[in-house]
Design a protein around this ligand. Structure first.
Ligand SMILES: *Cc1c(COP(=O)(O)O)cnc(C)c1O
Length: 433
C-alpha cells in the first residue's frame, strides 16, 4: 500500500504525509485539500540537476514542465533550485514573471502560440522559443525583427517513437499535432528554413515522446534518432546543433504494481548510450536539456476529501461519494488513470469490500477510481488519494461551480503554510457583468 516514502501512519493509526497527520490538516484547512511535500519536490529537482550535470556536463539543464502544476510558489522553488522551466501559454509566463522567475531560463512550447503570446514573451525576455512548425518560425522571426533582437529557438521534431503509453499522452509519432517529422523529410526543410531566417538563432532540436513512460529504451531510441538527424544536418548543411532537448515523460508510481523509477540511473544510462553514439557519429555531445513535469511533482502531492455518503447497490457496486471529483482531478474521467486511495482516518484497517470512489459533479463519469479496497468508509471519514501533484490542480475546473481546492505546503521542518487559497464564490463571478 505504501507506494511512496513520504506516506506513513501516526501512532494513532492515521495517515501521515511528509510526516504530518493528514486528518488534522483536513480539519484545519477543510476539504477538498491538496497537500504538497516541498522537501520531496526539491529533492527531485536536485536529482535531475546533479545527475544531468555529472552525466552530460555542467551546462546540462532540466526544465520543469509547468503544465504539470503551475502557481507562483512553485516557480519560486524552481528559481531557488536553479531549474529551467518550460511553459506553453502567456498565462504560465505571467505567473512566472509574477513569481520573479528569471525568464532567460524559460522555454516557450506549444503547437499554437498566438502572435500575442510571441510578442509578450519576447518583450519579457524569454530565453527560447521551441518552434512547432514553419508558420510559427516565420512569426517568431518577424516579431524578433520588430523588436530588433535575434531570438534563440529550438525546433520541435517528431522522431517517430511510440512509447506504448495511453494514446492521449503519446506525442512522438509521425502523426501528431506536435512538431515536424524526421521520417517524412519535413524536419530537414524545417532546419533549412530556420537557418535562412535573419532574426532567429537556431540553437538545436527538441523532441518529446510521451508521458508516464517506465521503460528506459524509448528515450535512448529517441536520442539515437535525434543524434543521427543532428549528424545528418551537419553533413547536409554544415550546421552542427549545439543543444538537444529530450523532453519529459519519465513515469511515476501511482499504484503498488508499478515500479519505482530510479531517475538518476535512467539519466546515467541514457547518457552512456548517447556518448557512445556521438563518438560513432563523429559529432560533439550537444548541451542536453530534459523537461520533467510529472516526475518532479506527482508523488509530492496528496488530495484529501471528506466522505459524504455510501451507496451499496446489491448485485452491483458500492459507491463512496466525496466532496471533490473531476473538478479537481479529471484524470480518471479523461484516461482511466490509476490512483491509490485509502481512508486517512484508519489506513491500515482491513478492507471490507471494493468501492467506486465518485465525485460530486453531475456526470456519471465523474469518478476518481473504481474497484478500490477500503475499510468500511463512513460519512465524515477522510479519503486520501496519493500521487496527485501532477495534472490535477493544473487541470482543475469550476465545473458545477465547485471552487478549486487550496494548496498547502509542508516544509522540511513540518510547518504547513497556505500556498494557494481555496477559491471563493466571489472569485468565480468576478469576471461576470
Ligand atoms: C507534457 C510535456 C512534458 C512533461 O511531461 P511529463 O510526463 O510530465 O514529464 C515535457 N515536455 C513537453 C513538450 C510536454 O508536452
Amino acid at each position: 500500500m505504501w507506494i511512496c516514502e513520504n506516506l506513513s501512519v501516526s501512532p494513532e493509526g492515521r495517515l501521515t504525509f511528509a510526516g504530518q497527520d493528514t486528518v488534522i490538516l483536513a480539519e484545519k484547512y477543510g476539504t477538498p485539500l491538496m497537500l504538497l511535500d516541498e522537501t520531496r519536490i526539491r529533492q527531485r529537482c536536485r536529482v535531475y540537476l546533479q545527475t544531468m550535470r555529472e552525466v552530460f556536463g555542467a551546462d546540462a539543464l532540466p526544465l520543469y514542465a509547468s503544465k504539470a502544476l503551475c502557481f507562483k510558489g512553485l516557480y519560486r522553488i524552481m528559481k531557488e533550485e536553479g531549474m529551467g522551466i518550460d511553459l506553453v501559454s502567456s498565462g504560465e509566463l505571467y505567473t512566472a514573471v509574477q513569481a520573479g522567475y528569471p525568464l532567460e531560463f524559460a522555454y516557450f512550447h506549444g503547437n499554437n502560440k498566438t502572435d500575442a503570446d510571441i510578442r509578450y514573451a519576447m518583450e519579457e525576455g524569454i530565453g527560447y522559443f521551441i518552434c512547432d512548425n514553419s508558420d510559427e518560425l516565420d512569426a517568431v522571426n518577424a516579431e524578433a525583427g520588430r523588436q530588433k533582437i535575434r531570438q534563440k529557438v529550438l525546433l520541435r521534431l517528431t522522431p517517430g517513437i511510440d512509447p506504448h503509453t495511453h494514446r492521449a499522452i503519446s506525442t512522438g509519432k509521425v502523426d501528431s499535432k506536435f512538431g515536424v517529422a524526421i521520417e517524412t523529410g519535413q524536419a530537414k526543410e524545417f532546419v533549412r528554413h530556420a537557418l535562412a531566417l535573419p532574426h532567429v538563432q537556431l540553437m538545436g532540436y527538441h523532441c518529446h515522446i510521451g508521458s508516464q513512460i517506465f521503460e528506459y529504451k524509448p528515450f535512448t531510441d529517441a536520442a539515437e534518432i535525434m543524434l543521427r538527424f543532428l549528424a545528418q544536418m551537419k553533413h547536409d548543411f554544415g550546421y552542427e546543433a549545439g543543444e538537444l532537448n529530450l523532453g519529459g515523460g519519465m513515469g511515476v508510481r501511482y499504484i503498488a504494481s508499478q515500479p519505482q523509477i530510479d531517475y538518476a540511473a535512467n539519466i546515467a544510462g541514457i547518457g552512456k548510450i548517447m556518448k557512445d553514439l556521438c563518438a560513432k557519429l563523429n559529432v560533439t555531445m550537444p548541451r542536453i536539456l530534459m523537461e520533467p513535469g510529472r516526475s518532479i511533482v506527482a508523488d509530492s502531492g496528496l488530495t484529501l476529501y471528506t466522505v459524504g455518503g455510501i451507496k451499496r447497490i446489491p448485485g452491483f457496486k458500492n459507491y463512496v461519494s466525496v466532496d471533490g471529483g473531476m473538478s479537481d482531478n479529471p484524470r480518471y474521467a479523461l484516461y482511466q488513470s490509476d490512483y491509490t486511495v485509502v481512508v486517512a482516518d484508519r489506513p491500515l484497517a482491513e478492507a471490507d469490500g471494493r468501492y467506486t470512489v465518485a465525485g460530486r459533479c453531475c456526470e456519471s463519469g465523474d469518478l476518481i477510481q473504481e474497484n478500490v479496497l477500503l475499510s468500511s468508509p463512513r460519512k465524515g471519514d477522510r479519503l486520501a488519494v496519493f500521487t496527485t501533484g501532477a495534472y490535477n490542480y493544473s487541470m482543475s475546473s469550476n465545473y458545477n461551480r465547485i471552487p478549486r481546492p487550496p494548496i498547502v505546503w509542508i516544509a522540511e521542518d513540518g510547518a504547513d503554510t497556505l500556498a494557494v487559497r481555496r477559491e471563493s464564490f466571489e472569485d468565480m463571478v468576478k469576471n461576470e457583468l
